[in-house]
Design a protein around this ligand. Structure first.
Ligand SMILES: Nc1ncnc2c1ncn2[C@@H]1O[C@H](COP(=O)(O)OP(=O)(O)O)[C@@H](O)[C@H]1O
Ligand SMILES: [Mg+2]
Length: 260
């Protein structure tokens, strides 16, 4: 396998009992890009992420992360990655800063306080630094969770449905965070059931359906698979989400949300 890709998967298969979940999945994620694995509930996204993060063994096929084989070099893979699941792993009793310092200490890094301060600033979490995580909004907790997962600078980050269950404002906050990551060169594989999320964030998108990748490419490439047959002129109404955000406030949402 070449190392120009941060993640490579070839012919990956996985069954639970007689249920075939992955039937031969192929995909390649270029370094430093955001890649969205799009699929409906039960498509096998989490299964794929668990295999890539060495939490689960595949039945067949091959996968490598950061140039290391998940089956034969699991320790090196684990050193290369961070995984953030759908449910935030933040300690509710601790403050934002305490959570970050704790993880930095567990990883035996120098200057845990300095690392915490940098991440709080980078993710606009300074206002929540001294608040117990339990009192923070869902979006803020998720951002704190992502910030925690970045301690130690893993080159590859898995975000498994990072915005499922969040309200639109919190979702926008998390999107900003992901864009920020991409700007720093981290390779991000995110799974989502939301088409719009893939559209907003991803450099490349793969659609997992019935155990296989049925389409893969940039948004433009995917759109070209379905050229419009006729040009239609329609009066465009704002989406409910656009209306909601216009009323509630868009970019202010982050700071306002912080001042509860
Ligand atoms: N540990 C397990 N044992 C049995 N079946 C499982 C297990 N984990 C997931 N499944 C099944 O595999 C399918 C894919 O699950 P999952 O990878 O969680 O999908 P997704 O993350 O796309 O929603 C689902 O039908 C799910 O019920
Ligand atoms: Mg899942």
């Amino acid at each position: 396998m070449t190392t120009s890709h941060a993640i490579e998967i070839a012919g990956l298969t996985k069954s639970y009992g007689d249920q075939e979940v992955l039937k031969g999945v192929d995909l390649a994620v270029p370094r430093g890009t955001v890649f969205a694995l799009l699929g409906s509930n039960g498509a096998g996204k989490t299964t794929a992420v668990r295999i890539l993060s060495t939490l689960l063994r595949a039945d067949g096929g091959a996968a490598s992360v950061n140039g290391f084989d998940v089956a034969t070099q699991p320790a090196q893979v684990r050193e290369s990655i961070s995984l953030t699941g759908q449910f935030a792993a933040v300690d509710e009793i601790l403050t934002g800063r305490e959570n970050l310092v704790l993880v930095a200490e567990l990883r035996r890094l120098e200057d845990p306080e300095g690392i915490a301060d940098d991440l709080l600033a980078r993710f606009a979490l300074t206002d929540s630094a001294e608040r117990r995580a339990a009192t923070c909004s869902g979006g803020m907790r998720r951002r704190l969770d992502i910030a925690m997962s970045l301690i130690g600078d893993p080159p590859v980050l898995f975000l498994d449905e990072p915005t499922t269950g969040l309200d639109p404002q919190s979702r926008n906050e998390v999107w900003k965070t992901v864009r920020e990551l991409a700007g720093h060169g981290t390779t991000v594989l995110l799974t989502t059931q939301y088409l719009e999320e893939a559209e907003q964030l991803a450099d490349r998108i793969a659609i997992l359906h019935e155990g296989r990748i049925i389409a893969q490419g940039t948004l433009t490439e995917l759109q070209q698979l379905f050229p419009p047959a006729t040009v239609e002129y329609v009066e465009k109404q704002p989406t409910l989400e656009e209306v909601f955000l216009a009323i509630v406030g868009h970019d202010d949402a982050v700071t306002q949300g912080d001042q509860r």
